[in-house]
Design a protein around this ligand. Structure first.
Ligand code: F6P
Length: 366
């Protein structure tokens, strides 16, 4: 009987619980034992009470909850060789040889490294007499499957990460609230949104709320002229009768010389224009609340696909990442998706902004 573990890792995102529910129930449907690993990699390293066999009823109601009910962590222990050795030990003594990880690119890279090291970790456990050859031999092959749970929508090879549309919905609700008071007072608001090095949340929120100006890392404005350009555009909108000014700034926003653009600098420019200006940093509300229907569906379909990928996997199959491209649930080699994701960051660091944008387009399925 196949024993599969599911874990959520890195920053939580809406839809992670729906993933856990889907994996648990699909696994049970296919006659597997399914385990939840609590607190992400930290739980895998600690073992004992962090690894729990799940029943059908254990995940009842999970589909609509925000956050992750099985916990998550940004684990330092798993970054060390000893931490990964302990994780390997805990998997084997619990009889688990397939791991489904739902997290961002860092968590998925960690998962792939774990698989890569697995044979040598097994040998080390035998050598150090922590486990016998007979205990280890049935678990020589580790299967890893990645699901991308992140609000940032920053992963290559998938049109959407699990949580991105819920977060976008939250941001739009908040900007709508802010708009009411902005219009009442004829004020300007600078809204800083999350996304780490990715501008997807800022760009889509700006479009969906009709913002005056949007700052994203992938399209950095000219370091010398952006303040004047911003002022000119906001002034033009005011002259057309707009009573409010809304500027969305991605937390990773930069200019074309790679200097960060802060909400404070944007505010200063608007104040110079004579606008009564406030800053709202939305912060972790963007990760809160229930998943929107799209994220529940995405999580459910991808959870099913992840279990199928586990059952199809052979020792020579590269670890797959489950994504969605042009409305199809797909499997892509995990390492390839991580490599493509990192190449966007490298292009930005090298000031190759058009290349970064076209790589992001690849990410959006073109
Ligand atoms: O990756 C998700 C995210 O919310 C980013 O948008 C943000 O930069 C980061 O995590 C915040 O991390 P933390 O919750 O550890 O402060």
């Amino acid at each position: 009987k196949k024993k599969i573990a599911i874990m959520t890792s890195g920053g939580d995102s809406q839809g992670m619980n729906a993933v856990v529910r889907s994996v648990v129930r699909t696994g049970i449907f296919y006659n597997c034992d399914v385990y939840a690993i609590y607190e992400g990699y930290e739980g895998l390293v600690n073992g004992n009470n962090s690894i729990k066999k799940m029943s059908w009823n254990d995940v009842r109601g999970f589909i609509s909850f925000g956050g992750t009910l099985i916990g998550t962590a940004r684990s330092n222990a798993f970054r060390t060789p000893e931490g990964r050795l302990k994780a390997c030990y805990n998997m084997i003594i619990n009889g688990i040889d397939a791991l489904i990880v739902c997290g961002g690119d860092g968590s998925l890279t960690g998962a792939d490294l774990f698989r890569h090291e697995w044979p040598s970790l097994c040998d080390k456990l035998i050598k150090q007499k922590r486990l016998s050859i007979d205990q280890v031999n049935p678990f020589r092959n580790l299967t890893i499957v990645g699901l991308v749970g992140s609000i940032d929508n920053d992963m290559s090879s998938t049109d959407s990460t699990i949580g991105a549309y819920s977060s976008l919905e939250r941001i739009c609700e908040m900007v709508d609230y802010i708009d009411a008071t902005a219009t009442s007072h004829s004020r300007a608001f600078v809204v800083e949104v999350m996304g780490r090095h990715c501008g997807w949340l800022a760009l889509m929120a700006g479009i969906a709320t009709g913002a005056d100006f949007i700052f994203i890392p992938e399209r950095p404005p000219n370091s010398k002229t952006w303040k004047d350009d911003l002022k000119e555009i906001c002034l033009r909108h005011r002259q057309k009768g707009r009573r409010k000014t809304t500027v969305i700034v991605a937390e990773g926003a930069i200019d074309n010389q790679l200097n960060p653009i802060s909400a404070d600098e944007v505010k200063d420019a608007l104040v110079e224009l004579g606008l009564d200006t406030r800053i709202t940093t939305l912060g972790h509300v963007q990760r809160g609340g229930s998943p929107v229907a799209f994220d529940r569906m995405l999580a459910t379909f991808q959870g099913v696909e992840a279990v199928k990928a586990v059952l199809d996997s052979t020792p020579s199959t590269p670890s797959p990442m489950i994504g969605i491209l042009e409305n199809q649930i797909i499997r892509k080699p995990l390492v390839e998706s991580v490599r493509l994701t990192k190449s966007v960051a490298t292009a930005i660091e090298n000031k190759e902004f058009d290349k970064a944008m076209s790589l992001r387009d690849t990410e959006f399925g073109e």
